[in-house]
Each structure stands twice: as C-alpha cells, then as structure tokens.
Design a protein. Structure first.
Length: 400
C-alpha cells in the first residue's frame, strides 16, 4: 500500500483515502459524560444506555423489529449462525469472494462453509448457487464491497429449500434492492462499524432481524447474563425463556462505541449520496479506457459505495497487472489486485484455516484481474479526478 498523501509522479499530493471523516461533535459531549461517570458497560444503567439507544435508533432507521449491537460484524455473523440453532457440521453456503472473517465466523460456529462461485461482476453465480443448494443447511450472503447479488433469486431458491438466509451487509449500509434496505431481506442482517465502513467506530457491529426468538437467543449469547435481558425493551417474553439455557459468548459493544456511532446515523443518507456520486464519477472516467471496466450494478440495486472495484480487461498478464499496481502507486494511488496482493484476505486460496480449499476457477479468474481502490464519501471532485487520471495513466503505461 502506498503511503497516502505521498507526492505522485506529477509532483501533486495524492488524496488520502484512508482517513475517516471527523466524528460529529455531538459525540464529544456524550463521551465526556461517560468518562466523567465511568459508566462504560452497557448493562450498568437500568435503561437507556447509549448501546440500548443505538439499538433502538438503528432498528428504527432500518425498519427492523430488533437490533443487537455487538463487538464486530464478525461477531454478529457468528451469533446469527448460533442463534439459528444449526446442528454441528451444518453446511453454510457463502460466496467465494468475501473477507476471511466470513468463513471464519462459519468455522467458529461449528459449521462448514461451502463456497459458491462469483462472477466477473463480483456477485454470486446463481447457477452454481442453485447447484450447491441441495444439502446445504443455511445461506450466508456477503454483499462483498457492497455489491448486491440477485436477492430475488437467492430468496426464492432458499425459501423453496426451507433454508434461512443471513445477509452479511458489512459494506452495505444504505444499499437498496428493489427499494428494500439491504440487510432486511434475509432472516438476519449484519453490519460493521469498523473504520473502513460507512459508519466508523473503529470496531463494532450490529445485527437486525424481525424474528423474536432468534433475536432473543442472540441477545443471551452476546452476553446478557442473569437478568440483563430485561434491559432489551420489547424482547422480554422471548428472552426469559432462554436465560441460562445458552452459552454466553460475551461479544457486547461498550457505551463509548455507541456514543461514537449514534451521531453518525443521521449522516448515513448524505454519505450514501456522496459515495455513490464519487463512485459513478470515477467509474465513468475509468470506463473510457479500453483496458478497465467497472461492472454495472444490477438493475434493482441502488448502491452505497465507499470504494470502487474494476476489472482489467483484455490482454493483461499477471506481470502487466502488477505493473499497473506499481505504476498507480508511483502516481500516489494504492490499488490492490485482490488475487495478486500477497496473502490477500479476500482471496479464497489464502484461507488455509479451512484445510483443502476447492478450486473455484471463475472466482479465481475474477480475483486475478479485479482491482480495489478506496473512495470515501468525503473526497472532493478534484481528488476523484486525481485518482481517475492516475489509474488511467497507469493503465496506459502498464499495457501500452
Ligand atoms: C464482507 C465483509 N464481511 C464481514 C466483515 C467483518 O467485519 P468486522 O471487521 O466488523 O468484523 C468484513 C470486514 O471488512 C467484510 O468486508
């Protein structure tokens, strides 16, 4: 990765694409109060702790009945799988293009990930999905980098097979499918508040669901020990039944994180709008090159990107692709070609903790030519043009 803000070949300062937006000032007051009182644990106050308020606000924003804030999206995925009560060794379909934390959550939940091919547009290959569905026990769809797979087909096939769907919407806050909020389509939706996501708390996650019993099991397992479940308003009856019947994995969020997240929720719509504008501006410019292609969104999808992915198309060798990465870096822009970046956590063949990983030629081919560049919503038009020009120049030099 190139250090950001470095001088590029042209002598100009390349935009810093890693720093997040400042946290809204309203967080400061809440944090100072928490520091002064020392009240950092979500269950100390009888009610209305910052974590409980975040859950209520997030559920309302998403139109979901229940929300449970936890320590990360990975924790939310793990708890969702546990709360589904899947038997040990259950097979869980996942896209072969996702972050290593996703198969890890499946393994952590004592289940077996079954990888499904992903196409050149970064979305699930529906023929491979349909072929692998028989014999599966659950479906976990990662909307990787916020690219939504065909949720109509996924839900129709999964419903017909009686399989629950978990949506990994780590990167999809604000994304819509047929006008529905991504993360509310499956049985459970999981989101991340890690710093490179639309809402930044450093770390953190949340799950949402309309399923009262699933929510209750997740609350208990997240660490609502003894009668702390009473501090989850609206859950009470279903929660009581599970007290002491489930293990406590203690994956709670703390109040300071909630204080950082809550004032960012009103910023989501603006960040979505700006992120999409930024993405589409750079996409239009990159698509002018015969060697670069940004795949179209699916027609029912309204995206909320904070990064851009594009494919090297045409006669690119691995060497030329690496040259492109190096030339972009010389111009101050960090590009990762997923499959060519050493040890990349998004390349399935690096998930050695799974043992023998089957080959998935279609996903492999995509990863070898798919490029990833961060594009946070706060970037200005001249910064976007700097990035687009650097990438276009790098492509020209790398593949003359
Ligand atoms: C697609 C996807 N799912 C899940 C996660 C895990 O999120 P967290 O870091 O909050 O555990 C990530 C992290 O980047 C991700 O990209």
């Amino acid at each position: 990765m190139a250090p950001d803000g470095q001088i590029s070949l042209s002598g100009a300062i390349a935009p810093n694409v890693y720093d997040a937006e400042p946290i809204p000032a309203a967080a400061m007051e809440a944090i100072q109060q928490l520091l002064a009182s020392g009240d950092l644990f979500r269950y100390t106050a009888a009610k209305d702790s910052p974590v409980a308020l975040l859950e209520a606000e997030f559920a309302q924003m998403m139109g979901a009945r229940f929300a449970l804030a936890v320590s990360s999206c990975s924790a939310a995925l793990f708890l969702s799988l546990k709360a589904l009560n899947l038997p040990k060794g259950a097979k869980v379909l996942i896209p072969a293009f996702t972050f290593a934390a996703v198969p890890s959550a499946v393994v952590h939940a004592d289940c077996i990930p079954v990888m499904v091919e992903v196409g050149a547009n970064y979305r699930l290959d529906m023929a491979d999905f349909a072929a692998k569905l028989p014999g599966a026990d659950a479906v976990l769809i990662s909307h990787m980098r916020g690219h939504t797979s065909d949720m109509d087909a996924i839900m129709a096939l999964s419903d017909a097979a009686g399989l629950p769907v978990i949506e990994d919407a780590a990167h999809s806050l604000g994304t819509q499918w047929q006008g529905r909020k991504v993360g509310t389509i499956g049985r459970v939706g999981c989101f991340s508040f890690q710093s490179y996501k639309l809402v930044n708390a450093g770390e953190g996650g949340i799950l949402i669901t309309d399923d009262a019993d699933l929510a209750a099991r997740a609350v208990i397992m997240s660490g609502a020990y003894e009668e702390n479940w009473k501090k989850h308003p609206g859950f009470a009856d279903s929660l009581c039944a599970w007290q002491n019947k489930l293990p406590l994995y203690n994956l709670r969020l703390q109040n300071l994180s909630a204080a950082v997240i809550r004032p960012q929720l009103p910023e989501v719509d603006r960040r979505v709008r700006d992120g999409l504008r930024n993405h589409d501006h750079v996409a239009r410019r990159l698509n002018q090159s015969a060697h670069l292609r940004v795949p179209d969104a699916l027609p029912p999808e309204r995206r909320a990107p904070d990064s851009i992915q594009f494919n090297l198309i045409g006669a690119w060798s691995d060497e030329a692709a690496l040259r492109f990465q190096a030339e972009a870096k010389l111009r101050g822009i960090s590009v990762q070609v997923f499959g060519l970046s050493q040890g990349n956590a998004r390349a399935f063949w690096n998930w050695q903790f799974l043992g023998d990983v089957p080959d998935l030629p279609q996903t492999r081919a995509m990863l070898m030519r798919a490029c990833d560049v961060r594009l946070p919503a706060r970037l200005r038009i001249e910064e976007l043009d700097f990035i687009a020009s650097a990438l276009l120049d790098a492509a020209k030099v790398a593949l003359p």
